[in-house]
Structures are given as C-alpha cells and as structure tokens.
Design a protein around this ligand. Structure first.
Ligand code: MRU
Length: 344
C-alpha cells in the first residue's frame, strides 16, 4: 500500500513527519534551510538513503531565497554555506555526505542563469537513483529467502528509510509479496523505537505478518522459537565490510552467529565508504541523553543518572554473512570495497 515519504515539486519539499508515526500521518513542508536541518537532526526524516535524498533537495530549498538572476559566483558561495550546514546535521550515515558532494560538484560547475534547474536536476537524479537501487536490492535479496521464512529485522529500513522501496525491510516486503508466508520479527529499537513506531506500521501497511519484540528478546527468540535469517540496513560500510547501523545491530549479529543464523546487510553503494579501511574510522553519533532517560518526555531514571547514548554501533565484517547492494550479493567474511562495487 503506497504512502508518500518525500516529494519535491515546483521547488517545494514535503516529507512525512516520522516523529509522529504511527499515530499521525503528517506530510509537512520544509520551507527553509533551518527546517531541513531540524528535520534531519530530530529524525522527522531518517534512514541513511532518505537523509541523502533530503539533503539533496535541502540544498535546493536552502537556495530558494536567491532570485533567479543571482550571479553564479554568489550562488556558489551561498551554496557552499548551505552544504556546510547540512553536513553538520548527522555524522554517521555517509549517504548524507555522498549526496552533498554531488550537489557541491554541480554548484562548483555553475556558470549560467540556469543554476536552479541544474541543482533541481541533480537532487532529482539522486532520488531517482535511490528508487532504482531499492528495486534492484529487492531482486538480489530475494535469492536468499524462501517461502515461510522467519526473519528478524532491526530499526526501520523500509520505504520510510529511503523514500523508495526500502533496503532490508524492502527485501522482506517484496519477498512476502512474491513468495508469501514470511513472518517478520521487528526489534522495537530503543531508544527511538524506530522498530515499534515505524517498522510495524510499514509491515501492517504491506500486509506482512509480524511480531514486535523488545531488543533484548532477540537471542531468546532464536533459541526458543527458531529464526531463519536476520536482515538489517547500514549507515556506513567500510572497505573491509565492517558495518555501522542502528545501535543494537552488533548484539543481534553476535546472537545470530552463536545460533548459526545468517546475518544479511542490505544497503546501496552510496552507503559504502571506500575511503575507510575499517569500521574503526566510522564516526558514531551520540545523541541527547534524554532519549534514554526520559523517552517521550517521561523520566524513567533518577534525574542525575549518567547516560551513554550512541545512535549506532559497528558490526565487524566477520559476523556479516553477505552484503546485498544494487550491484548484487557479496558474500563474506572477506569483503573488499576499496572501490565501490559499481566501479569494478
Ligand atoms: O537514526 P536512524 O533512524 O536514521 O537510523 C536508521 C538506521 O540505522 C537504518 O538501519 C539505516 O539508516 C539503514 S536505512 C535503509
């Protein structure tokens, strides 16, 4: 069942506000740069590919106030500021920087009066490519699933995370459509509950049978009920296959290895950072302690309890059975993404 996640039309950017799902479906306009920054920081839009798509359109929104006849050097100079500000919104998902580099390259090459259409065209190309990559990842991922499979997923990696078909959850939704009989266990994904709020909503919308579990139930589920596979997305994949994804992913991978359950990562090539040799170099975002100590504004620990709140963790490549990109299925434990697979 289709729902709109992001839309850019006549210079106006609208996004589905993911902070109020599943209770409200609010399609809001991001009218200026500050609103785009706020939307990315507060997770109104989230998920690595969608952050990249939003940043691409965000550059166009950030330049909206300039008149059409602004000289190219002034557009370039304001454009650099916009790109710089957007690059400070979230540090881990490399798709943000990948999209901003593409927009910066167009800005650098501007020389005529058609600067607005050139930037719009690049942002739209980023979006279109994302949609296409999602469809191809679903085709490749399908090879690893069979009818009746019981799969666990973590965080949210469906259409809400990309604006297209999704990555890991996109594979599961498509597999259910084509093969049938899948059952998906969704980790609730503390502290921001992307699994509880978003993944269950998407599974329901797509008619996929599912069960919500707390993050700390996954190992017990594998031991007692049996699970056939684990499917997650990624925010940044280093050249050796080490994978940063939502906090809790690493623990899930350890449990999967212990129980002999294959662990699959699904991500487009734009999530690969070939410049990073290993996961040690991946910057991990740390978020507001209140997300842990006062979820939804409701305090659950004494006021002065110290909190550690990393938004992501790194799963070592040796625990990843395969990485599925739009280019195909890359099986581990040895990966070599020193050049993105599309260039091989
Ligand atoms: O903090 P979020 O909600 O942006 O984190 C999202 C994730 O960790 C996803 O698993 C990842 O971005 C892959 S999305 C296709």
């Amino acid at each position: 069942m289709a729902y709109r996640v992001v839309q850019y039309e006549n210079g106006r950017l609208h996004v589905l506000d993911q902070t109020v799902l599943p209770h409200q479906e609010n399609f809001v306009e991001l009218e200026n740069l500050a609103q785009v920054e706020h939307a990315i920081r507060t997770l109104q839009v989230r998920g690595a590919p969608l952050i990249g798509v939003t940043a691409g359109f965000g550059v166009c929104v950030g330049l909206k106030e300039l008149p059409d006849d602004t000289p190219a050097d002034q557009v370039r100079s304001r454009g650099r500021e916009v790109v710089e500000r957007l690059s400070r919104t979230r540090p881990t998902a490399v798709n943000l920087f990948w999209a901003l580099e593409r927009m910066a390259a167009v800005l650098a090459g501007l020389d005529g009066p058609n600067w607005r259409s050139a930037l719009d065209a690049e942002a739209e190309a980023i979006f279109r490519e994302t949609l296409d990559q999602d469809a191809r990842m679903a085709d490749h991922g399908m090879q690893l699933l069979s009818a009746g499979e019981r799969a666990i997923t973590h965080c949210n990696t469906g259409p809400l995370a990309t604006g297209g078909g999704g990555t890991a959850l996109g594979v599961l939704i498509e597999a259910h459509r084509r093969l049938g009989g899948l059952h998906v266990y969704a980790d609730e994904t503390r502290p921001r509950w992307q699994g509880a709020h978003l993944t269950t909503w998407e599974l329901m919308r797509h008619g996929v049978p599912h069960t919500l579990i707390c993050d700390n139930m996954a190992a017990a589920l594998m031991r007692t009920r049996g699970v056939d596979s684990v499917w997650v997305g990624a925010d940044r994949i280093a050249a050796n296959g080490d994978t940063a994804n939502k906090i809790g992913t690493y623990g899930l991978a350890v449990a999967a290895r212990h129980h002999g359950v294959p662990f699959y990562v699904v991500a487009p090539t734009s999530t690969i950072d070939p410049a990073l040799e290993s996961g040690e170099g991946i910057p991990i975002e740390e978020r507001d302690p209140a997300e842990v100590s006062a979820p939804g504004g409701h305090r659950i620990s004494p006021g002065d309890t110290p909190v550690w709140n990393p938004a992501f963790d790194v799963t070592p490549a040796e625990l990843v059975s395969a990485i599925i990109t739009e280019q195909g299925v890359f099986r581990g434990p040895e990966y070599d993404f020193r050049r993105p697979p599309s260039e091989e």
